[in-house]
Write a protein that binds this ligand. Structure first.
Ligand code: 6PG
Length: 242
């Protein structure tokens, strides 16, 4: 397993590089005969990343009918809430790519499940059924506190290792109700890409790249089986020596 760090001048350059890397990974998966399962992220990097993937998709030979889409986490709000990571991704990525609805695996919204635990159980069951071999790529933003997906420092979800998804009812980042993939699910991926930009993430990047307890910095707990790539801008990389 390799870990690489790719530092860019700004968010645009970061997301352009991440998109090119992502598309190349999907092309390779298809050359090697795999259906690619991808876990997308929410947060501020997602829209610019999605735009770059759509832009770059014109230059590659990816068959989008052989890619399935998931989320590392989702907010447990109404299906049409602007807070839904999936709603944003449908608009900025999945519709522009012409992805078939059957290949998009949504976490149940608060309109469809009675609580976060039911939503988590349903999502985990769907993941186990459709992607028994895990992900090709997991994409993750990074919180200023070192959280990834909706796995937050000090929360019980960090210790959940017998399920693929877990409900979170007390997210320090609003909205409070969420569903998150667990560490076992996030780590069942050939590749993991962290995308972090801005000086507000510098301390979290340094913590994530420094050995220490998972409870203090959940980002320490995720790595790809083949590769882990950190896509950073100079500000987010300003507290580390590479
Ligand atoms: C979410 C995200 C979350 C996000 C980080 C970074 O649903 O909120 O999945 O894990 O990636 O909080 O978000 P920002 O880039 O907006 O700080």
């Amino acid at each position: 397993m390799t870990t690489t760090h790719r530092v860019h001048d700004d968010l645009d350059a970061l997301t352009a590089d991440a998109a090119a890397w992502f598309l190349a990974r999907i092309e390779r998966a298809q050359r090697e005969g795999r259906t690619a399962h991808v876990a997308l992220t929410g947060g501020s990097v997602s829209d610019p990343f999605h735009r770059e993937v759509v832009h770059g998709s014109r230059d590659v030979g990816v068959d989008w009918d052989r890619v399935h889409w998931w989320w590392g986490d989702e907010r447990f709000v109404g299906a049409d809430s602007a807070d839904r990571n999936s709603l944003q991704a449908v608009t900025t990525l999945l519709t522009p790519l012409g992805v078939p609805d059957s290949h998009v695996h949504f976490v149940a919204s608060s309109d469809e499940a009675s609580d976060v635990d039911e939503a988590a159980t349903r999502y985990a069951d769907e993941l186990a059924s459709h992607a028994p071999d895990g992900f090709e790529v997991v994409l993750l933003g990074l919180g200023p506190d070192g959280h990834v997906a909706s796995l937050f420092p000090g929360h019980a979800s960090l210790g959940v290792d017998d399920r693929l998804a877990v409900g979170e009812s007390d997210s320090p980042k609003p909205p409070p109700l969420r569903v998150s993939l667990t560490f076992p699910a996030l780590n069942r991926s050939r590749a993991v890409a962290f995308l972090a930009a801005g000086d507000g993430k510098a301390d979290a990047v340094r913590a994530a790249l420094t050995p220490g307890p998972l409870v203090d910095c959940p980002a320490r707990g995720v790595q790809g089986q083949e590769e882990t790539v950190w896509f950073l801008d100079a500000a987010a990389a300003s507290a580390i020596q590479l």
